[in-house]
Design a protein around this ligand. Structure first.
Ligand code: SF4
Ligand code: SF4
Length: 333
């Protein structure tokens, strides 16, 4: 066994705290064994970087944008597999410092997924190897569902953190992701209060109808901590289980920014393609509980069996109908 992977023998890297031995064929909620790289490339989205997509995820989001990576090992996607940290560290360092990387303005390695957290010890090793060659910045992209110990490790080796939050209310967060929101909000507060210098931005995906009741409470949550925290609303792009739903309108995105500014947040913004046509929810959704139920219903129709969704205590966690769904074929894998 490689020493840097010893955490995987009793895995408690994220808040599911599965305690499984991932090096001996036991699988937790993420179903990731040894860390594997899905793909890696220079990426122009800020912060410009060499982005490494790690296979697998500890969430099962209805709207997953990277489902073929996130749902590894159940998806059919071709992935690169395990790459020795020394090899990947060198590859990333050289790509950032290549003529193409320099002209793009790339200055860091960006770890994304899926979720990078099931691969945290591997990532630390890749960073160590890259930094043996020379100075290089690192960004960690998180869904916030890591233990406080893991978060402190992340803060220790990163220069920037991009922090996604799907909802403020627990029932909405569970409906969208299958996971509780408590640890996510705890970690967001920790980063905002103890490591703000590492924060690139908080990101909140806005799904028409479902997320609209999350804008104000999330903005208030942040503005009460510090009115200078950067908050970016991302426009929902129809995807995965929700691929026939409508995208977020420009009106919704501008309204979200205004609501956030009214709570005192100085750095509220939005990004992403807006007004993608699709199905409009037929029911009128008046409050966040109705919106959560609407999302739960989408999961229920896909065969999800716990309501409110709870992937950590689900009898189907190793044969999940949502994780096995393939939108390209409109069928379970
Ligand atoms: S879901 Fe989290 S705690 Fe469970 S095995 Fe995966 S990374 Fe470890
Ligand atoms: S069926 Fe179980 S594992 Fe799959 S999304 Fe629903 S709660 Fe999570």
């Amino acid at each position: 066994m490689v020493k840097f992977l010893s955490d995987l023998e009793n895995c408690t890297l994220c808040e599911w705290r599965c305690g499984v031995d991932r090096l001996n064929r036991e699988l937790g909620v993420c179903r990731v064994g040894k860390p594997k790289v899905a793909s890696a490339m220079l990426h122009p989205a800020p912060p410009e970087s060499y982005t490494i997509f790690l296979a697998g995820c500890n969430f099962k989001c209805l709207n997953c944008q990277n489902w073929s990576i996130a749902h590894f090992p159940d998806s059919e996607k071709q992935i690169r597999g395990f790459i020795e940290p020394k090899v990947l560290g060198k590859e990333a360092y050289e790509a950032v410092n290549s003529p193409k990387g320099i002209s793009m303005g790339a200055d860091r390695i960006f770890f994304s997924g899926g979720s990078p957290t099931p691969s945290l010890p591997y990532i630390e090793e890749v960073v160590k190897e890259a930094r043996k060659i020379g100075e290089i910045k690192v960004n960690y992209d998180t869904n916030g569902f890591l233990t406080l110990d893991s978060l402190k490790r992340v803060i220790g080796f990163t220069n920037s953190i991009t922090f996604d939050i799907k909802a403020y209310h627990d029932i909405v967060h569970r409906a969208l992701t299958g996971a509780p929101v408590g640890p996510v909000l705890r970690n967001a507060k920790y980063v905002a209060e103890k490591a703000q210098e590492k924060l690139w931005e908080f990101r909140v995906l806005l799904i028409p109808g479902i997320s609209e009741g999350e804008i104000k409470p999330l903005a208030e949550f942040f503005s009460e901590i510090d009115s200078s925290l950067p908050l970016n609303f991302l426009a929902f792009r129809p995807n995965f289980v929700m691929s026939d739903y409508m995208g977020a309108s420009q009106e919704l995105m501008k309204r979200a920014v205004n609501i956030a500014r009214e709570t005192g947040l100085e750095k509220a913004s939005f990004s992403g393609l807006t007004d993608i046509p699709g199905k409009i929810p037929e029911v009128k959704l008046d409050d966040y509980a109705e919106r959560a139920e609407f999302a739960e219903d989408i999961a229920r129709k896909m065969g999800c069996v716990t309501h409110p969704r709870n992937c950590g205590e689900c009898p189907l966690k190793n044969s999940c109908p949502i994780k096995n769904y393939n939108p390209d074929k409109n069928e379970n894998i």
